[in-house]
Structure formats: structure tokens, C-alpha cells
Design a protein around this ligand. Structure first.
Ligand SMILES: [Zn+2]
Length: 384
């Protein structure tokens, strides 16, 4: 009984620290996954990671809503129109629920939203291609609330190269890193008070941008390369450079960015097993579609066996803290943008498990508060 008592005291302490902390998430794709489709996320969306009731359960206070479109536009007018369509849909949602969500454009508005106990929404535009090389469009998105611009998504464009291309398609690149226009754009972002987001960017773009930016940068959803060596994660020297810049790295929860084992298993399944499996099933049934379905079920079962855990995610936080201290790491889960989440972090109600794990590892309340949101808020205050 003594043990049970001790356990529940720890659990209560974790719950209390979590409740009292300001929790900020650097990246969520609910806008492109749900809101732009007209879904009302103030109501439960059980087939997605995100809705307001679960956000509340998870203790979330401030969320960067990602405005995201790939290189191919949905709107016939192009990717800039896509960005505006998504912001329209987010604004419409907030207009319908002004008591529950507030779109903030300044630190002062963030404070007001927190005081009024609303979910504070911030806009992050994911992919520099969406400004279509036009500084007027950059200005217009800033006026609509864009508070970070991710310089690239997986696609490179005329003024910046992505992590994917610098790593996997280096021979096809005409330039590497930021062009002169790219550097002037970073300075413009600094002037406008828009955070420079370096998730998804190639290393050259990262170093060019961090050398140009006069303000702290954000990596809105990236994890640690040393623990999971994939092109999207950040290397030790990058972590040190972010610390020197006073910026913040928000840890991405995607299983394939957290666990090397998961990433390798997925790659090996994709590379070899899929074809063999598809061949064998279609030989037996003569039905490739059926084979595809069976393959997907098999793949899911296999990947389930190697899904990482909350502890694996906290290893990434811990790695950065041990290297540069507790001022430069935060949370950028990427919910509704990722295909696999760790065990115990199934949706936006699960953030308290991070706090419990940090506490279990001996983190102080002060450190936990920085990691959950304080560090991102510090970076925000330095810009807007
Ligand atoms: Zn992303």
C-alpha cells in the first residue's frame, strides 16, 4: 500500500505540473487534415489525432496550426491560393467558436488567450514555395497571421533546398542552400517578426539561414539524428548551432523519426518484402487489389511490433538537454501529419505522458515547464 501511495503521489505531482505549465505544440496538420474539409474540430474526430475535447484533456494551451500544401496545388490558382484557402477555413472555424479558440498574432494576444482559457491558435506556413517568389505575398500572409515560415517542405524551390533533396537527390540540385534572394527573405522575415522555421530544410539551407537570421530560429517539428539517422532529423552540430542562436527544436513524434529500428524495418519492408508479398498473393488469388489490402494489413501488423514508446520520445528531449541544456528543446508532435505515432502518444490527449516520463527521469518542475512550452514562448517573444 505504501508503494501504491508513493506511485499515486508521483502521478498526482506529474498531473499538477502538467496542468499548471503552458503547453505549446510547434506543429499540427489538423488544418489540412480536417478543418479545410469543413470538419468542426470542436466536436470529436475519432478517425483523426486532433480535436478540441482531446486537446483540452491533453492540457494543450498554444498550438501552431500548420498551413501546408505540397508542390502540386489543390486550388487551380496555385499554392499561394491553397495557403489562403486554409487560413480562410481556420478563420471560419474560429469565428464559429470565439469562446473556445483565439487566433493570436502577438505575444500580448497569446497572453490574453491564455488568461481567457481559450486554445491559442498561431499560424505556421510550411513550405517557402507557397509565397511564389513574391514578397507581397509574404507580406499578405504575415498580415493574415503567419508567425513562422518553414523555408522548405520536402520539395526544394528556387531559393532554398530541402533536407530530402540535399540528402537523397543532391545530383539533381542546381544550387544548394539559400540563394541571395533566400537570404534577403530571411532578413525580411526577421523584420516582419515571422519566425524562421528550419524543419525540413537541408543542412546547407539550415546553416545559411542561421548565419543570416538576427533572431532565434525554430525547428517546429524535428528530432535527433544521432538517435534516428534519417534525413529529416538534426545532427549534433545543428543542435549546437540552434543553442548558440538561442532558438528551439520541437521534437517530432513520428515513429520513423524517433526509432531507428522502426525506420529500418519500414525501409526493408518497402524495399523487398512488399514486392515479394504482392507477387505471392496475386499468384494465389489472381487479384492484385486484394493482394494490396493483405499487404497493407501485414505491413501494419509488422510495424506495430516495432512502434517506439513515450520513453523513446523523451530520449530525444534528453539528448538535447544533455548536450546543450534545457533551454533549446520543445514539443512539435506533428499530429495529423504523421502515419505512425509512438505507443502512449496516440493522439493530442496524450501529452501528459511526456511530463510523467520527464518527472520519472528526475527532471525538475522548472525544466519541465521550459520543455513543455517556456522555450518556444521565449523564442516567440523575441520575434512577435
Ligand atoms: Zn512537416
Amino acid at each position: 500500500m505504501l508503494l501504491l501511495g508513493a506511485f499515486s503521489a508521483t502521478a498526482q505531482r506529474a498531473a499538477r505540473i502538467h496542468r499548471n505549465a503552458i503547453l505549446v505544440d510547434g506543429h499540427n496538420d489538423v488544418t489540412s487534415a480536417s478543418i479545410v474539409q469543413g470538419r468542426d474540430i470542436t466536436q470529436p474526430q475519432p478517425d483523426r489525432h486532433t480535436d478540441l475535447p482531446r486537446w483540452k484533456k491533453g492540457g494543450l494551451d498554444v498550438q501552431f496550426f500548420s498551413v501546408f500544401t505540397g508542390p502540386v496545388a489543390h486550388n487551380p490558382k496555385g499554392v499561394y491560393a491553397d495557403a489562403n484557402d486554409q487560413i480562410d477555413s481556420l478563420e471560419a472555424l474560429i469565428r464559429r467558436h470565439p469562446q473556445q479558440i483565439l487566433l493570436a498574432k502577438s505575444s500580448k494576444e497569446i497572453r490574453r488567450g491564455l488568461k481567457e482559457k481559450k486554445l491559442v491558435a498561431l499560424i505556421g506556413v510550411e513550405g517557402g514555395h507557397m509565397i511564389e517568389n513574391d514578397l507581397n505575398k509574404l507580406d499578405a500572409l504575415q498580415k493574415r497571421g503567419m508567425r513562422y515560415l518553414t523555408l522548405t517542405w520536402n520539395n526544394s524551390h528556387s531559393w532554398a533546398t530541402s533536407a530530402m533533396d540535399e540528402t537523397l537527390h543532391a545530383d539533381t540540385l542546381k544550387h544548394k542552400g539559400l540563394t541571395g534572394f533566400g537570404r534577403s527573405l530571411v532578413r525580411k522575415l526577421n523584420e516582419l517578426g515571422v519566425l524562421v522555421d528550419l524543419s525540413h530544410t537541408g543542412e546547407q539551407t539550415f546553416y545559411d539561414a542561421i548565419a543570416t537570421s538576427t533572431r532565434p530560429v525554430i525547428l517546429s517539428h524535428s528530432s535527433v539524428y544521432q538517435l534516428c539517422p534519417v534525413f529529416r532529423n538534426v545532427k549534433d552540430d545543428q543542435i549546437k548551432a540552434v543553442a548558440k542562436n538561442g532558438g528551439v527544436i520541437c521534437i517530432n513524434f513520428y515513429s520513423g523519426f524517433i526509432s531507428k529500428k522502426f525506420d529500418e524495418r519500414l525501409a526493408s519492408l518497402n524495399a523487398t518484402v512488399e514486392q515479394r508479398f504482392t507477387d505471392s498473393v496475386s499468384k494465389q488469388t489472381g487479384d492484385p487489389q486484394q493482394a494490396r489490402k493483405q499487404w497493407q494489413t501485414y505491413q501494419q501488423q509488422e510495424m506495430e511490433k516495432v512502434r517506439p514508446t513515450v520513453s523513446d520520445v523523451v530520449d530525444h528531449i534528453d539528448y538535447i538537454v544533455k548536450m546543450v541544456g534545457d533551454d533549446f528543446v520543445g514539443i512539435g508532435a506533428d499530429f495529423d501529419g504523421i502515419g505512425s505515432v509512438p505507443v502512449g502518444l496516440e493522439d493530442v490527449s496524450a501529452y501528459p505522458h511526456i511530463t510523467a516520463e520527464l518527472l520519472k527521469r528526475g527532471y525538475s518542475k522548472k525544466s519541465i515547464r521550459k520543455i513543455l512550452g517556456g522555450n518556444v514562448l521565449r523564442v516567440i517573444r523575441a520575434s512577435f
